[in-house]
Write a protein that binds this ligand. Structure first.
Ligand code: MSP
Length: 613
């Protein structure tokens, strides 16, 4: 039996690899198989053991034959409107989704709001609203921020949606039928902000939660419990055989050490709280907010006009390829959630990636600590591309990163306005002046024997690998290097000078412009997951229509897209430099001791968003 369990787990584990990159363990399995955990056999020790059955050919391919890539952000608590920390996960997810779409995958990008629980009920009351009204309002503010930030999600799930409630109840019933739910008294220290009972040893002085710096409260309740401890061994095996399940790799140790320290059953209902989904067959209790919200990743898959039950939802895209979360909620996703799924006999997601925190003065930026950065303000001031680019480029995905306006302005001006925007502007200016804005030859012909082409091809490959491994900052870096290579080429070739010389030199200069514009085209495609509006503006200036831009794929990063005869648009800045206020500029000129930070101003181009355009 043990051998069978090991082989079966191994089979399932090989499918937990979302990007089909080589696993450290052999063997290879078909992408089309899907494995499901069930609990039918007794192990030799008398305990029920997990085994896997395989079925072929359904989940992995969309209707049109394209591979499906399902990714999720956490469902955000609606205790307060979004802050930059919440926006960060979603920006990263959107870039990954856009990249996967460029690869031709059928992407289902899920986000939404987590609306039940004590924390929400309390904040609704504090704002003098009833919980439902409060949730409507805050949930809507998330949607509008996603619009402002050009987030192209496919599904937005609210945990107060009746279709979600139905699926949670069905899931609970399955787990119950499996013998993993029992009733008991519980006494412990509760952090309302985490919505979690805490171990005393994890707490700071005065029983303060280390994340929220607020004291936990003593609670005693008669609750329903989930038998997490039964899944200790299967979880250990999953993680040891498929270490890629938790990413980045350095987070795996943390998860393994929680598990190794011994898993304890956890309470999955609340007796004293109305604002939640009633426990099936016991309406005196409501389901614990995490046991409810995690199911949003499945209920989100349903279509409004279809039958809404667990099986239908699962058939529409489960298991998820990637759960993108912050490191504070890793335990819920890498320990509780897989155990819950195993208990219900469902497939596990393929990967959980825990990114770091945006911090302010070294502390996690958050609603509870009140040290947040206003994302609406930031987008209004600097535009979505700058905000998206800055956080993805500046914060290595996985690590923490501190925000400073000075750094923001420096990075965005140097990379987007200068390296990329200026290069396009100068080149189009020269093309207008010397070639009537028309390309003289195909970019493939222009680049014959030109080493820049190879450099660009290598950097594009680097960007692709980095996107694939979720090294988003390095992907941006590789793309910027393409821009740097283009600028160097421009400076070395000095086409403005060659044009003046006329004859062969002018002909060569006209080819140089084609080469640089081809570089710009490739940058636009490669950068589109991160800065979609900027990419669209570049593409439009290269003479393409919005429809043409909307149908680009990663293949379009290959050299050779621009053809002779193509007419370019008038040069106009695709990314306006952020200018410091006069007050700030004065400050900048003064000696740098005890300097106050002033405010910055920017003229961001008013261009339609990709979705609107
Ligand atoms: N509702 C739960 C998630 C349930 S998922 C089924 C929750 N919500 S949250 O609103 O508190 O946090 C949502 C996400 O935002 C988490 O991944 C969290 O890590 C992230 N962030 C919140 N503040 C953050 C920063 N300051 N920096 C980066 N991400 C942060 O947890």
């Amino acid at each position: 039996m043990a051998a069978r369990l090991n082989t079966s787990l191994h089979n399932a584990l090989s499918l937990l690899n979302p990007f089909n990159t080589p696993l450290s363990t052999k063997p290879f399995y078909s992408r089309n198989s899907s494995f499901r955990f069930s609990k039918k056999f007794q192990s030799s020790s008398g305990k029920r053991a997990l085994y896997c059955t395989s079925s072929f050919g359904s989940q992995e391919n969309g209707v049109d034959g394209a591979e499906t890539f399902v990714l999720t952000t956490p469902l955000y608590y609606v205790n307060a409107p979004p802050h930059m920390g919440s926006a960060y996960t979603t920006i990263a997810a959107d870039s990954i989704a856009r990249f996967q779409r460029l690869l031709g995958k059928k992407v289902i990008f899920i986000t939404g709001t987590d609306e039940h629980g004590e924390k929400i009920a309390t904040s609704a009351a504090a704002n003098g609203r009833n919980p439902a009204e409060h949730c409507d309002l805050i949930s809507q503010s998330y949607r509008s921020l996603w619009k402002d930030l050009d987030i192209a999600y496919d599904k937005f799930i609210r945990t107060t949606d009746p279709k979600h409630e139905a699926i949670v109840k069905e899931f609970y019933t399955r787990v119950f039928a499996n013998g993993d739910i029992y009733r008991a008294d519980y006494e412990g220290l509760y952090c309302v902000n985490c919505e979690e009972y805490k171990d005393e040893k994890e707490l700071l002085e005065n029983n303060c939660c280390p994340i929220h710096q607020a004291p936990c409260v003593a609670r005693k309740e008669d609750n329903y419990f989930f038998a997490l401890s039964k899944y200790q061994k299967p979880l250990e095996e999953i993680l040891s055989q498929n270490p890629r399940f938790v990413q980045p790799s350095y987070r795996l140790n943390e998860v393994q050490s929680w598990i190794n320290s011994g898993l304890r059953d956890f309470s999955i209902s609340r007796a004293l709280l109305d604002w939640g989904i009633p426990v099936p067959d016991d309406d005196k209790q409501t389901i614990y907010v995490w046991f409810d919200a995690l199911l949003g990743y499945i209920s989100a898959l349903t279509e409004d006009n279809e039958q809404q039950n667990l099986e239908t939802a699962l058939s529409l895209g489960w298991p998820a390829s990637l759960h993108l979360i912050g490191k504070d909620i890793l335990r819920f996703h890498a320990v509780y959630w897989p155990a819950m799924l195993m208990s219900a006999g469902l497939n596990l997601p393929k990967m959980v990636f825990g990114h770091g925190f945006l911090t302010k003065d070294g502390m996690k930026m958050g609603k509870s600590l009140g040290n947040t950065l206003e994302p609406f303000e930031l987008v209004q001031k600097f535009g979505p591309d700058a905000v998206r680019y800055f956080f993805l480029r500046e914060v290595e995905f996985g690590n923490d990163g501190d925000y400073s306006e000075d750094r923001f302005i420096k990075i965005v001006n140097a990379h987007l306005a200068n390296t990329i925007g200026n290069l396009l502007n100068r080149t189009l200016g020269l093309l207008k002046k010397n070639c009537e804005s028309t390309l003289v030859v195909d970019s493939t012909i222009a680049a014959e024997g030109v080493p820049l082409k190879d450099t660009v091809e290598k950097l594009v490959e680097k960007a692709r690998t980095n996107y694939e491994t979720l090294s988003l900052s390095s992907a941006c870096e590789a793309i910027l290097e393409i821009g740097n290579a283009g600028n160097t080429y421009m400076d070395q070739r000095a086409p403005w000078f060659l044009f003046k010389q006329g004859g062969d030199s002018a002909e060569a200069a006209a080819k140089d412009l084609v080469i640089i514009l081809e570089v710009m085209r490739i940058i636009a495609v490669a950068l589109s997951p991160v800065a979609p509006c900027l990419s669209l503006r570049i593409y439009s200036q290269l003479g393409y229509s919005v429809d043409q831009f909307n149908s680009i794929s990663w293949n379009d990063t290959k050299w050779g897209g621009l053809k002779g005869g193509q007419v370019m648009e008038q040069a106009s800045p695709v990314f306006a430099r952020i200018e410091l206020n006069p007050e700030k500029e004065e400050e900048e000129k003064k000696p740098k001791v005890g300097k106050k930070t002033g405010k910055a101003k920017v003229k961001v181009e008013q261009t339609p968003t990709v979705a609107e355009a």
